[in-house]
Design a binder for this molecule. Structure first.
Ligand code: ZN
Length: 273
């Protein structure tokens, strides 16, 4: 059978049309593949954030993909805590109180006359009252300290080590493990509270055996206070175990920090990842 020859011009047109059509088909296939890959990635990323339950799988199958895909580049934070919250400020041996830091303080304990930052003072007063209702007396023996006052405390501590025969440098370093370097103390923020009780007014480890410590361990978080320098974490906090030193971080933040089981340094690091 003999094929009917097309005229050369229409053959060229036909070929051009065919090439054009093939290009469009190719482009459509490419777009379809990209859409498929994108929705697959979105589903993977979305699935990671969800609780592993049958319900979510069902939702995904019944077209939940129309909701905007989560930003795959943002690592999900383990706790919903705003780390720029002023209550979350980290002050320690390597993080001084920021330049120009100001704090509005108010009386927190009328017995000792000690002051804390306004909100922390109100929360402390509420905590003290709640403890009192259960027969526990809390004494706020140290709270807000100006940098000048901190300087005096530090120099006194250093002098004690010098008197024991330590060198200037050794005495400085020893003092820094007991009293924070001026400007590097949480007490300079107005958010730190040293709490004792009438039966035990020493700032020493024995405080942990008092009913007051027991009560604080259970309830301080409810008022936004956390134990700031837990036992065995001197390498992380730079400060010895201080069962009497509490830090105001706010009720919500305290809840999440306690839930994490981490000290403030560790929590800040975790949230920075
Ligand atoms: Zn303290």
């Amino acid at each position: 059978m003999q094929k009917r020859e097309m005229p050369a011009s229409s053959r060229r047109r036909f070929t051009r049309r065919q090439i054009m059509r093939n290009r469009i088909i190719f482009a459509l296939i490419c777009v379809a593949i990209i859409v498929l890959i994108a929705s697959f990635i979105a589903r993977l990323a979305g699935g990671k954030n969800d609780e592993p339950s049958g319900q979510n799988e069902g939702e995904a199958l019944s077209g939940e993909l129309s909701s905007p895909a989560p930003d795959a580049t943002a690592t999900p934070k383990p706790y919903p805590v705003d780390m720029t919250d002023w209550r979350m400020i980290l002050v320690n041996g390597s993080n001084p109180v920021p330049d120009g830091y100001t704090v509005e303080t108010q009386l927190a304990d009328s017995y000792t006359g000690k002051e804390l930052q306004k909100e922390a003072a109100e929360q402390y007063a509420a905590m003290k009252e709640a403890a009192q209702a259960e027969g526990i007396q809390l004494i706020l023996c140290s709270a807000y300290r100006s940098v000048d006052y901190q300087t005096g405390l530090f120099e006194n501590e250093k002098a004690e080590w010098l008197a024991q025969g330590y060198s200037e440098e050794e005495a400085y370093n020893k003092a820094a493990t007991v009293v924070a370097i001026p400007g590097y103390s949480e007490h300079n923020t107005g958010l730190a509270a040293d709490i004792v009780t009438p039966e035990y007014q020493d700032l020493s480890e024995g405080f942990e055996d008092t009913p007051a410590f027991e009560w604080l361990s259970q309830h301080a978080g409810e008022y936004g206070f956390i134990l700031r320098y837990p036992e065995g974490l001197q390498d992380v906090t730079g400060i010895i175990y201080e069962p009497w030193h509490y830090r105001y971080v706010g009720v919500e933040n305290a809840k999440y920090i306690q839930e994490s089981g981490l000290c403030l340094e560790q929590f800040v690091e975790l949230m920075a990842e």
